[in-house]
Design a protein around this ligand. Structure first.
Ligand SMILES: [Zn+2]
Length: 134
């Protein structure tokens, strides 16, 4: 029994050792994938649906309504006269560069109807955006 098992293991190990060597010797390595050989990547516009497709089509048409925008805040804002931020939703996430040379942006959520004060002292308020811009 032990001799039979030893013979089987020996025969198996010969096959295992012989097979990879032959396979490695014939394997070539791809260094560059040509789109002519493998096909081009699909256009993301063809796969996009819903809101993402709407955004991509608007971008192609030159419409920047979905792009992030930079608004310059007023020099001095108060709770009674805050910086107005247009939004189509009940809230909007904004980022305030509190100091001109600041290396980071303070993000916060502002809601319609209630002005919110940034940690730098400026006030922001979300207002209704132009409904035609949807
Ligand atoms: Zn700030």
């Amino acid at each position: 029994m032990a001799q039979l098992a030893k013979t089987a293991v020996s025969a198996l190990s010969k096959k295992i050792l012989a097979a990879p060597t032959a396979a490695v010797a014939r394997r070539t390595m791809a260094t560059e994938a040509s789109p002519e050989d493998y096909g081009y990547y699909p256009d993301p516009l063809e796969h996009a649906t819903g809101r993402e497709k709407k955004m991509l089509l608007a971008r192609l048409a030159g419409d920047d309504r979905y792009e992030p925008k930079v608004y310059y805040r007023a020099e001095a804002s108060t709770k009674e006269k805050p910086n107005l931020v247009p939004s189509h939703y009940d809230f909007r996430i904004i980022g305030c560069m509190c100091e001109q040379d600041s290396g980071h942006v303070s993000f916060m959520t502002i809601r319609k109807g209630e002005p919110k004060r940034c940690e730098c002292g400026h006030w922001f308020k979300s207002v209704d955006a132009d409904p035609e811009s949807i």
